[in-house]
Ligand binder design. Structure first.
Ligand code: APR
Length: 240
């Protein structure tokens, strides 16, 4: 089966009403990163951090997958192998029906131990993490999210999958955060790389084709093309 690997970021969920990080009014414009997304911030004020992610969870629970999430899930059902490597901590890819989703920066619908990252606890519908909620080893539960300065999850597996891609589709990420942004260089030499982002023409790296569209517009277009041609080749991009 043709193997599509998708590297997604916050932009793919923007049209589902979830804020991105680096937009003018994005999350990091309104929340000090070091206070809510670092181990130091957690040690200093865990209540504040729990509150920040409770608000994220509330936003995600009231959101719905959009046409981009759905198109990728439909392509998987149409005889293509679709691997989704996401930086997003939301579960919209899974809720759209995608089966093969890898969360490289964690999943906010899970809690995890503060002392043993292998101890992960899925949260029930409506459940929150509160001060005093402990893991099996007696440590305070925290959001299962990768904070700045912490190791990315499953990176080696993500590199291997990317190296096996027939086409790499990058959607809604500013490619600012390493090491995940470096995955775009893990594809085999001849493999096409496409970037879907309204600002793609501004920052598409050398050799990456830019489709300057919103995700919910650009991704269904591409999926239509692949389902019609039954092949993972870039469509004529001259229309941009
Ligand atoms: N469709 C597609 N892309 C969009 C849309 C949209 N509707 N709206 C915005 N974008 C694009 C923006 O142009 C930007 O390039 O999404 C990108 C979002 O970039 P960031 O906010 O930097 O988010 P991301 O790249 O996912 O951040 C990476 O940084 O803060 C950490 O851990 C966090 O996983 C996150 C990582």
């Amino acid at each position: 089966m043709p193997h599509l690997v998708v590297l997604s970021g916050a932009g793919i969920s923007a049209e589902s009403g979830i804020e991105t990080f680096r937009a003018a009014e994005g999350l990091w414009a309104n929340h000090p990163v070091e206070a809510v997304a670092t181990p130091e911030g957690w040690r200093r004020d865990p209540e504040r951090v729990l509150g920040f992610y409770a608000e994220r969870r509330r936003q995600i629970r009231s959101a719905r997958p959009n046409a981009a999430h759905r198109a990728l899930a439909e392509l998987e059902g149409a005889g293509f192998r679709v691997t989704i490597l996401t930086q997003n901590i939301d579960d919209l890819h899974e809720r759209a029906g995608s089966k093969d989703v890898m969360h490289l920066h964690g999943n906010v619908m899970n809690a995890r131990s503060s002392v043993d990252p292998r101890l992960i606890y899925p949260l029930a519908e409506g459940e929150e993490i509160n001060l005093g909620d402990l893991c099996d080893k007696g440590s305070q539960l925290r959001p299962h999210v990768v904070w700045f300065g912490e190791p990315v999850l499953l990176l080696d597996a993500a590199r291997e999958l990317t190296a096996d891609a027939d086409l790499l589709l990058v959607v809604g990420t500013s490619l600012n955060v390493m090491p995940v942004a470096g995955l775009i260089d893990e594809v085999a030499f001849h493999v096409p790389r496409l970037l879907v982002d309204p600002r793609a023409h501004e920052f598409a790296p050398q050799g990456v084709m830019a489709l300057s569209r919103r995700a919910a517009e650009g991704v269904p277009l591409l999926v239509d093309h692949w389902r019609r041609t039954r092949r993972l080749t870039p469509p004529d991009m001259s229309a941009g």
